[in-house]
Write a new protein. Structure first.
Ligand SMILES: [Zn+2]
Lengths: 721, 366
């Protein structure tokens, strides 16, 4: 046989060339996919190969100004299932049975979820650590536990409208929780794990854990203690006066613009923020279904969550006379002792505008007396003296035509006349606070400017941001918006407003030991004539160096009376009394106040008679001994009860005869002196609250009590507006 | 007659490297699939190892079996393969809608693998004897084409399209190497092209199948799915790869990653460096093989070697072209790498024949 011929060799070599070129061509093609297109392909590949699980970051805590936690997040866990893995393990029934037992859920519901044709199913969210640990122990394939967090509000209903609540995904829905959501929520982390084409985890470890970043802690300007005082007194007032449209109160530090307390009633429990509190509304809602239900439910939730103190505007009424006075004094159109004569009405632009006490005109009075009397014609007169333009300019300067800029969502700016439509008649009514609307917050901010020497401050609810170790990330400094009136005008007006409480229509805000300044307000809601009123009082104390400004608004009281001076002023008085004591503002008692000082009843039981007599003498209390023994067995009132000096404590010794109980007499409508005499004569003690005429007594008349019992009597001045 | 020398060591070494490399990659690529399917990561590699050992026996046997004696066996062997191909259509085992396997006790073989070698041996034998006649169309070329036609028809009836393609291509290459006129091939290709056009016209979906490789993303959810998964694997490898055993695409994204798409897994795990190494190994194998063909003592040995090398080359080129989306998808295994059972034995047997030819090489003499 012969060796292959030349043509065969040439053709075989040609084949070698062809195969080699083809192979090199494919090598280049491969390199093109791997290097030139590699990044894109790898990205797409990883996208299909991995599963992202979000780990919620821990939401920041909301603290009060002294570091008390008001909203905290606790670690909980979310149970999820990867149905494919469970299908592979083939124990869906067992998993469902165990989970339903641990999670207290329906077996069918869980079974449906874990066998569903999907890549990932959430079984239950936000379960407690204990349950999560039990599930972990079972080591079920395809059941995963992810960290999550849940919001707790340790004080429940406390400051609910301010703090706000969070939704299912821990997102802030309203209040501070919403306003600072961006900071509170932190940065969520992720678990990236590899999955195969049918959605189950790859058998080998390919997991990347991106740590969540915790949220910022927010420190409010709210003082938990003061907020509690406000909540307590406002709640009582809202119930007693059967307010139909809610009540609101704000306490502000006039020197910094800090909101120390802000309360709205009725409130709701932040831990249960999605439940409508009003029972009637809830019953109505139960009758609805579908879209009707969701629409109505949304509206009702919005109403319940609405922070009246910032969002709602109202007609300020006579409280606005503070602003009119400030403008008049600043513009020098009036001096405190200028004389005015009220004949019950004034005629402006052909219309007769009456004084609130036109049935008994105030007659000749100084400007100061005019303010004390809240006499409308006086304010109309000074407003006309300054003219519409000046008045308008100041109303604007006091911030009534813009939002205060508080760090809270949903603030409104109130409604005032347009300058070109602001004529004599509008000016006349505006001078005593009618014909326009302001928000409670605007009112407090403006009066703070009057109280602090004339500086309008930007109110604030947040003091600082802290990191999780308590280091300050950011401090919010007080911000002065503008100087509105001079410090001199401020001082003069503070003095005048103090007399409103000490001598005028604001007497019911009076408290012992502190100089309270303030102004009453009552306005009839539109449309007028429906008997719907807003009663308010705004006050501050101490008048010479104001520490707090307090506004209380009762919207549509349906009790016997609706005057702000009667129902709102005492609330402000009580809030001021508690707050100033808490702030350790030194009380300064007048002679008269010192004469009616209250003392604590000492513990006398087990003492001998001599000792007891001395102990009572030390605190200026009198005594009456029942029985003939030498040792005190019992006493009325019991220790730590408060009694006015010179009240009588009944001491029981051995051999005391059967105690003859007494019937509480009726002291309503009596003066302080009369009531005191009637009760003392019956062998009872009196606790005097306020001054004026007795409006309320506790225990009620006719109740049988033991001698020496303290009867609380609340007095009010009724000559108020 | 020249005496027997030592076989070509370079060729032998390349074969051994490819075989070992192939086994490693079969293990890596099959572990996930085997784990899911049989709950045993070693299921596929255990079987492949057995085939590799049988393959080594086949290679060493053929390396010492004088190839010239194959000349005499050419016709019986061809007849045997035709019988087997006919038998598989009757009693073959059906897998995924195709009857390709014949069982002998515990073993299964693919008659198409037998046919590939048989037709190479037969063509080489006949062409080496009637060298010049091949230039004539009817008396020279036609008889080969008729035999090829019979075998191709039997294979395509299984149906086994890629096997048919390989058999036709390798036969045409052999005819070409032996000196057939290129003009004749051009004439013959005309009816083939016409047939293809007709096939597309009567079933337009075939066109989509054929062109889907040009833009697989356009057909992502159907025709393009498999090829995109392959490209994801290739692209994920980058220059140096994710590391041996670290493929993620083998987790069911590429079904049976140890079969036709094993090259994609090599790319993913070993990067461009690994892929280029595989291709270069094949180039070396082809080069050494062609060198043996050129130095063969006779035309039979030369054509035999060329045929077997072409068989490897055609499969490698088509396989890599498919997985890199350079041509329409056909199920072509990658020699030495794809876990195909008995086919490895036939490949190794073929390698043995080449090694045997190399022992009589002109260069090897004294
Ligand atoms: Zn008057």
């Amino acid at each position: 046989m012969a060796a292959p011929n030349l043509m065969i060799k040439k053709r075989v070599l040609l084949l070698l060339v062809f195969f080699t070129l083809a192979a090199i061509g494919l090598m280049i093609r491969t390199g093109w996919w791997q290097i030139y297109e590699g990044e894109r392909l790898q990205k797409e590949a990883i996208q299909q190969q991995t599963r992202d699980r979000i780990i919620n970051s821990k939401r920041g805590t909301i603290f009060d100004r002294n570091g008390k936690p008001l909203a905290v997040s606790a670690s909980v866990e979310t149970v999820s299932a990867i149905p494919n893995e469970i299908r592979k393990a083939g124990n869906a029934e067992e998993v469902a049975a165990k989970l339903s037992q641990i999670l207290n859920m329906d077996y069918e519901e869980i079974y449906q979820k874990i066998t569903k044709n999907s890549a990932y199913e959430i079984v239950k969210r936000k379960i407690e650590k204990k349950e999560a640990d039990e599930i972990r122990k079972l080591k079920f394939k395809g059941i995963h536990l992810d960290e999550d967090s849940k919001r707790y509000y340790p004080y429940g209903n406390f400051a609910s409208h301010v703090i706000g609540a969070t939704g299912f995904d821990n997102q802030g829905l309203f209040g501070i929780e919403a306003k600072y959501d961006k900071y509170l929520k932190g940065l969520p982390g992720r678990i990236v794990s590899a999955k195969d084409a049918i959605g189950t985890d790859m058998p080998y470890k390919y997991e990347k854990y991106i740590n969540p970043e915790d949220g910022v802690n927010v420190v409010l300007t709210i003082d938990e203690v003061i907020q509690h005082f406000v909540e307590k007194h406002l709640e009582t007032a809202a119930i007693e006066n059967k307010v139909q449209n809610g009540a609101a109160a704000i306490v502000m530090d006039p020197k910094t613009g800090d909101i120390l307390a802000m309360a709205v009633k009725p409130d709701f429990d932040l831990n249960n923020a999605f439940q409508i509190q009003n029972e009637e509304t809830r019953k109505e809602l139960e009758k609805l279904t579908g879209k009707e239900f969701t629409d109505r439910y949304g509206i009702e939730l919005g109403k319940m969550w609405r922070n009246k103190a910032v969002v709602d505007s109202y007609e300020p009424g006579s409280t606005f006379k503070i602003i009119t006075s400030a403008i008049a004094l600043e513009e020098n159109v009036v001096k405190p002792n200028d004389m005015f004569n009220d004949i019950g009405y004034v005629t402006v632009g052909g219309r007769r505008i009456k004084c609130w006490r036109s049935y008994n005109p105030h007659g000749i009075q100084t400007f100061i007396q005019g303010v004390q009397n809240s006499c409308n014609p006086v304010f109309i007169e000074v407003a006309l003296r300054m003219g519409a333009e000046v008045f308008y300019r100041y109303v604007k300067a006091f911030g009534f035509m813009e939002k205060t800029g508080i760090d809270f969502d949903g603030e409104t700016a109130g409604i005032f006349h347009k300058l070109k439509a602001f004529n004599e008649l509008e000016l006349a009514t505006a001078s005593f606070g009618q014909g326009f609307q302001v928000t409670p917050l605007q009112m407090v901010t403006a009066v703070s400017a009057v109280a602090n020497g004339g500086k309008l401050l930007k109110p604030r609810l947040v003091k600082q941001f802290l990191d999780k170790d308590g280091n300050v990330i950011k401090n919010f400094e007080p911000e002065i918006v503008r100087q509105v009136i001079s410090p001199e005008t401020s001082a003069t007006l503070r003095g005048i407003l103090e007399t409103v409480v000490s001598e005028g229509t604001g007497k019911n805000a009076y408290i012992k030991g502190y100089r309270v300044a303030g102004k009453t307000g009552t306005s009839e809601k539109l449309p007028r004539g429906n008997g719907k009123y807003i009663a308010s009082f705004i006050g501050f104390a101490p008048a010479d160096d104001p520490r707090v400004v307090v506004l209380v608004i009762l919207d549509e009281p349906k009790g016997d009376v609706y005057y702000g001076g009667l129902i709102a002023a005492p609330v402000v008085g009580k809030i001021l009394d508690d707050t100033l004591r808490y702030l350790e503002v030194e009380p300064k008692f007048t002679e008269e106040e010192l004469a009616t000082m209250e003392v604590n009843v000492p513990e006398l039981r087990n003492m001998d008679v001599k000792q007891a007599q001395k102990a009572l003498k030390d605190v200026n209390l009198k005594y009456k001994i029942e029985g003939t023994g030498n040792t005190i067995i019992d006493q009325t009132p019991k220790p730590t009860a408060k009694l006015q000096e010179n009240s009588v404590v009944i001491l029981y010794t051995e051999g005391a005869g059967p105690v003859s109980n007494v019937t509480v007499p009726d002291v309503l409508k009596r003066s302080v002196l009369d009531a005191n005499k009637i009760l003392t004569d019956s062998g009872l003690n009196i606790k005097i609250i306020g001054s004026g005429t007795a409006m309320k007594q506790e225990p009620a008349a006719g109740t049988i009590v033991s001698p020496g019992t303290v009867v609380e009597v609340e007095f009010r001045h009724t000559d108020v507006d | 007659m020249k005496g027997r020398g030592a076989f070509d060591f370079g060729f032998f070494l390349t074969v051994m490297i490819l075989l070992s490399f192939g086994l490693i990659m079969v293990f890596s690529a099959s572990s996930a699939d085997a784990f899911y399917r049989y709950n045993d990561s070693y299921f596929v590699i255990k079987r492949q190892l057995i085939w590799a050992v049988l393959g080594l026996f086949a290679m060493f046997f053929m390396a010492s079996f004088n190839y010239k004696r194959l000349d005499k066996l050419a016709i019986p062997f061809l007849l045997l393969s035709i019988v087997l191909l006919a038998a598989v259509l009757v009693v073959g085992t059906e897998v995924k809608g195709a009857q390709r396997w014949l069982g002998f006790g515990g073993l299964t073989i693919q008659p198409s693998e037998v046919a590939k070698l048989a037709i190479i041996i037969f063509f080489s034998s006949r062409l080496s004897k009637k060298k010049d006649k091949i230039q004539k169309f009817f008396t020279g070329l036609m008889p080969y084409l008729m035999i090829l036609g019979v075998i191709a028809a039997l294979v395509i009836m299984e149906p086994h399209l890629s096997g048919t393609v390989v058999i036709i291509l390798v036969s045409v290459i052999l005819l070409f190497a032996a000196g057939a006129r290129i003009f004749h091939f051009v004439i013959l290709s005309l009816p083939a092209i016409a047939g293809l056009v007709y096939a597309v016209i009567i079933e337009p979906y075939r066109m989509r199948r054929i062109v889907s490789f040009l833009d697989p993303w356009q057909y992502k959810m159907n025709e393009g799915w498999q090829i995109i998964q392959s490209l994801y694997a290739i692209g994920s490898g980058g220059l140096f790869g994710l590391g041996l055993g670290r493929s993620r695409q083998k987790f069911l994204y590429i079904p049976e990653a140890h079969n036709d798409f094993i090259f994609s897994i090599i790319c993913e795990e070993l990067g461009f460096v690994g892929a280029a190494t595989v291709i270069i190994l094949f180039i070396i194998l082809i080069w050494r093989g062609i060198k043996i063909a050129l130095n063969a003592p006779d035309t039979f040995g030369s054509l035999l070697t060329t045929g077997i090398i072409s068989l490897i080359a055609v499969q490698v080129i088509i396989n890599i072209a498919v997985v890199t989306s350079s041509m329409p998808v056909t199920g072509m295994p990658l020699p030495f790498f794809s876990a195909g059972g008995s086919s490895l034995v036939f490949i190794m047997g073929g390698m043995g024949i080449i090694l045997n030819v190399s022992r009589y090489s002109n260069c090897n003499r004294g």
